[in-house]
Design a protein around this ligand. Sequence first.
Ligand code: SF4
Ligand code: SF4
Length: 373
Amino acid sequence: MSVPKVYFSDRKTSAHYNMLDKLEHVFQELGLSEHIQEGDKVMIKTHMGLYGNTNYIRPAYVRKLVELVKQAGGFPFVADTCSLGYGTSRPYGGRTTAQDYYTRAELNGFSQATVGAPIILADGYWGSDFLDVSISGDFITSVPVPSAVFDCDKVIILSHSKFHHIGIASALKNMGVGLVAKKGKTAVHSPNGLEIYPEKCLGSECSECLSVCPVRCITVANTVTIDIDRCIQCGHCSAICTSNVEAGALKVTWAGVNMAEKIVENTLGVMESIGRDRFYFINLAMDISDMCDCVCYAAPLLMHDLGIFGSRDPVAIDAATADAMKKAMPNKANPNSERIATLVDKSSVFFEHSEKIGLGSKKFDLVFLSRSE
Ligand code: SF4
Ligand code: SF4
């Protein structure tokens, strides 16, 4: 089997070859101009950041991709999914429903007017609009793929490359957490899902959890009852019961176990849903922070910007990005070099498990892109 190519354009710019030109160069090398057919529906999946976080991808990159898709004849839309956590409280709130999401996205500079295409929450108003895709993972056997994915001819995964405590947070995380419905996000973050302690319920005098359940599977009389077969593991009720009411009758324990393995298994489900040949990956390795964009603060940056990566393989592109991050830190005097080396080493779990389940290749053929001025 041939080693997948990863195209790379570095951060050195000029008046005639700026970062948006470089993004276009990567787009061309990926073959998108030829592959997109007249009338193709093209999802640009990205993350628009939580309000208060200023490390997220700038809207100008998204707008450039939208324009390139249109030039190729496609109908682009910009997409993300609803997040976990209910309400707008810190540090993770604010993107729980489509309504919340659009409000926060606009504060961060993303709207149809700024990106030039509709912004669609791929899993609907409440993150409950999905179809299950079966896989044979070690940890996951059913992946809730957002319904909008199924209508796409092409999907461009535009990811901000940075870190998370489990390692690199880039294309694989943008898919395996960012492009699954809430049930899939809960599967990654919580080993048990929704836990029910009826003896702690305050009964119908409270009933606060009823109105936040997207599938209306909660009944409260003397105590709470959940129709667990209908529950989509969104965690809304537990957030209300635990944080607002402080009863603790409904609880989700956020203790990630085997998170990297579950993320790549979710990614496999998303790619299998419409076929791997429809996916393209672009990583922006800039504003490389010590935490994801799903928190309401901008975590410190660990290193200088690297540039733009592009590939057809979600594993190869993240492996190449992680490798470049490590190689860019030869200066041991830099206080962050040890932290970066640790996080890159942790990332190997993503790559090893991806290869094991046949998601992609941790080997890559790095192709440097340049243009004569
Ligand atoms: S929010 Fe909690 S305490 Fe209140 S009714 Fe629901 S389960 Fe019971
Ligand atoms: S019971 Fe709770 S976790 Fe299950 S769908 Fe309803 S709100 Fe979501």
